[in-house]
Write a protein that binds this ligand. Structure first.
Ligand code: SAH
Ligand code: SF4
Ligand code: F3S
Length: 407
């Protein structure tokens, strides 16, 4: 496509999932802007609609399908069949893409579920999006999808990439004027038995220290003063002989950077030394997100978490002693396969004791590829709901009490 043709194209991007996806969406917008596209906030005006998706729970995927359905109802997304019937409508039908974790999870099966989707791009292939769009636009202009062509003929999917070129992080597109997310590691190799992330994001890869520092400096030159370091397990960061603490020491020294946060940590890689790093860093926010997942040793083992309830309690005790007044938040899953009332009451008791400032509580959702998928999803839906509601209520009370104290 000629550059001036691209320039008139508008892209609407809808984001789902974790902070990693928020950052990926910025990266995609940055790449597209560099290729001449305009980012727009009204899907009705868009020539290209991109869904950056999440597969962590069924609910996350359902939201994307229902959004596509809703766009269809409002006429934003038209059935491609219309296009075959009346090819003169080419210009009015936007190109639609599903990118991110769902694209990796389903690859070309996406098009069977929704023939309206034109392309699917996995998280490790997002650098290819500008090229894919220009290929799709060319195809559209030369030969509108012909009625007798098989479904896949006009589709593009790129989902097998292994690594991202580091350059994609340096285009300096940030949604916020003062705050930026900064990826320090990609993927995850922990294989918690319920979790799809290692399958959709690949194994753990650490970015190079010099690249992280260069990105931070670029962001700060644009006026950013606060940074949140991102990784599925940031405290396991290692690049050569530089670990998370070494990385923080280097970030601490950057002029103009006022505050650093980080997300997420894994209990099996957290220890008192790590807490001392949090205590001693000048710029780190004194806050730790340390997902518990369950308070039952039996369930923790089935989840492949690598710690016991007792070890978890000892860990947070140590955190609170070292990082005085530090905030503590967590994630918990209820209704994991085999979770009995007794297992749940152990979680309930631990949450009661732990006194998190906040906790996200999720109902177990069986995911493709995972080990837990082989176990029977045997906790009745009604029990999952009940346990979810009981924990939410407990945590709400604790959060209120803690917040009142902090005021
Ligand atoms: N890497 C991070 C978080 C990944 S996903 C970590 O390990 O903490 C965020 C949260 O979603 C997880 O902590 C877990 O509580 C929840 N989660 C992941 N898979 C799930 C599933 N299959 N069903 C329900 N909740 C799930
Ligand atoms: Fe998933 Fe576990 Fe990795 Fe977190 S640590 S992303 S829960 S496999
Ligand atoms: Fe979802 Fe992918 Fe993040 S599955 S939680 S968007 S890593």
């Amino acid at each position: 496509m000629e550059d001036n043709e691209v320039k008139s194209k508008k892209v609407y991007l809808s984001n789902y999932g974790c902070q990693m996806n928020v950052r990926d969406s910025e990266v995609i917008c940055g790449l597209l802007k560099d290729s001449g596209y305009k980012i727009c906030s009204d899907e009705k005006q868009a020539d290209v609609i991109i869904f950056n998706t999440c597969s962590v729970r069924q609910h996350a995927e359902d939201r994307v399908w229902s959004q596509i359905g809703a766009f269809k109802k409002t006429g934003t997304v038209k059935r491609k069949r219309n296009l075959r019937d009346s090819p003169q409508e080419t210009g009015t039908v936007p190109i639609i893409g599903i990118v991110g974790c769902m694209a990796k999870n389903y690859a070309e099966k996406i098009f069977e579920r929704s023939p309206d989707v034109d392309f699917a791009v996995g998280p490790q292939d997002i650098d290819k999006i500008p090229d894919i769009l220009s290929r799709l636009s060319r195809n559209k202009e030369q030969s509108p999808k012909s009625g007798d062509s098989p479904l896949f003929q006009s589709k593009i999917w790129e989902t097998d990439g292994q690594i991202r070129p580091d350059e994609i992080y340096h285009n300096n597109f940030y949604q916020d004027k003062e705050h930026a997310y900064l990826v320090i590691s990609e993927g995850c190799s922990n294989f918690c038995s319920y979790c799809v992330v290692p399958y959709v994001r690949g194994g753990l890869r650490h970015r190079k220290v010099e690249n992280i520092l260069r990105e931070a400096q670029g962001a700060i030159a644009q006026g950013i003063t606060r940074i949140t370091l991102l990784g599925q397990n940031v405290n396991a960061y290692q690049n050569g002989d530089i670990d998370f603490s070494g990385l923080l020491q280097r970030l601490d020294k950057i002029d103009g950077l006022k505050q650093i946060n980080f997300f997420t940590s894994h209990p099996k890689d957290a220890d008192p030394d790590f807490f001392k790093v949090i205590r001693d860093s000048q710029k780190l926010v004194k806050s730790l997100h340390l997902p518990l997942q369950s308070g039952s040793d039996k369930i923790l083992k089935l989840m492949n978490r690598g710690y016991s309830a007792k070890e978890y309690l000892a860990l947070i005790d140590s955190y609170r002693k070292i990082v005085k007044g530090g905030l503590l938040t967590s994630d918990i899953i209820v209704g994991f396969p085999g979770e009995s009332e007794d297992d749940f009451s152990r979680t309930f008791e631990l949450v009661n004791k732990a006194e998190f400032n906040a906790a996200y509580i999720f109902k177990y959702s069986p995911r493709p590829h995972t080990e837990a998928l082989k176990m029977a999803d045997d906790v009745e839906r009604a029990d999952k709901e009940k346990r979810h509601a009981r924990l939410l209520e407990l945590q709400r009370g604790i959060s209120n009490k803690k917040n009142a104290k902090r005021r």
